[in-house]
Ligand binder design. Structure first.
Ligand code: AMP
Length: 295
């Protein structure tokens, strides 16, 4: 079926209710995105289509979560290609509202506060980012509520943005949102680079240099799987040996609290659960990546 583009909350509600009735459906999936879609987003859409009767993908570049106006202005916008990608995956509705539709009175006076989970890592270098991101996710989750007001409701988030995923899971649990959050594993290019809408801003040389991020993560993952000490220092040194890469953070944390794991977890043979987080600037682009540990 051709994808249908809707731009207002009212249209979305009407059309999703119509589709649920038409398909005699009982489940609706939401895939929130900022557009400039790639295979990572396609994987989210594919998973949602496999699990739900009706699937909505939202495309909205949220001004509230950008610190610098330049970053917002240069965020890539590729609506036609995005619609083609979503249609190929079988998504029913694309919800692409204007900023005025989402924030009719200007910036909202009441917002979600992300709390202590947002103080660290991405939050430390992007103040206010997660408050803005959670506020729009809360709104999108409400927009995407199944039009019939019943049935199963799921929303799909990539593990690529691990801190965002943890925060969304916490928000939904802490504030009783009637939605199941479904995490989707990171999609990488064959050479290991995690797909991102920002990769297009890397020169060929920078792209090559950026591979050190996933290499360092893999090194730690291999040690964890072999029940060896994680030896983050040597993996960090590998990243720091790459002159085009400016490392921001590289650490192993508890996936739920995002607190660094105690030293003794890193220095003895690794057992248990962890999440290795990395962020670095490569040329003009800030990249993030991570790998879950479970051994
Ligand atoms: P964005 O459009 O960058 O806000 O991302 C929208 C959703 O796609 C978020 O839930 C991201 O975590 C997810 N996503 C982005 N890149 C990837 C990737 N390489 N693999 C899996 N999910 C991704």
């Amino acid at each position: 079926m051709p994808i249908q583009l809707v731009t207002t909350a009212a249209q979305l509600r009407t059309e999703s209710a119509r589709l649920l009735t038409e398909k005699r459906g009982t489940s609706q999936g939401l895939v929130p995105t900022m557009g400039a879609l790639h295979e990572g987003h396609a994987q989210l859409a594919r998973t949602a289509v496999a699990e739900n009767d009706v699937v909505v993908a939202s495309i909205f570049v949220n001004p509230l979560q950008f610190g610098e106006a330049v970053d917002l202005d240069r965020y890539p916008r590729t609506l036609e290609a995005d619609l083609a990608l979503l249609e190929a995956e079988g998504v029913d509705l694309a919800f692409a509202p204007a900023v005025e539709e989402v924030y009719p009175g200007g910036e909202p006076l009441v917002r979600i506060t992300a709390g202590v989970l947002a103080d660290k890592w991405e939050g430390a270098s992007r103040p206010g980012h997660f408050d803005g991101a959670l506020t729009v996710v809360a709104k999108l989750l409400h927009y995407g509520l199944p039009g019939l007001g019943q049935g199963t409701y799921r929303a799909y988030f990539g593990q690529k943005d691990a801190q965002q995923l943890t925060l969304v899971q916490r928000m939904v649990a802490d504030l009783n949102f009637p939605v199941e959050i479904v995490p989707v594993p990171i999609v990488r290019s064959p050479d290991g680079l995690a797909l991102s809408s920002r990769n297009r801003f890397l020169s060929a040389e920078e792209r090559e240099a950026a591979l050190v991020l996933s290499r360092a993560l893999r090194l730690v993952e291999e040690r964890a799987n072999a029940h060896e000490p994680l030896d983050l220092d040597s993996a960090r040194a590998l990243v720091e040996s790459q002159p085009l890469v400016e490392l921001d953070y590289f650490d192993v944390v508890d996936p739920r609290t995002l607190e660094p794991l105690a030293e003794n977890c890193r220095e003895t043979p690794f057992r248990g659960e962890g999440l290795v987080l990395i962020a670095a600037k490569v040329g003009p682009v800030r990249l993030i990546d991570n790998v879950p540990l479970d051994s």
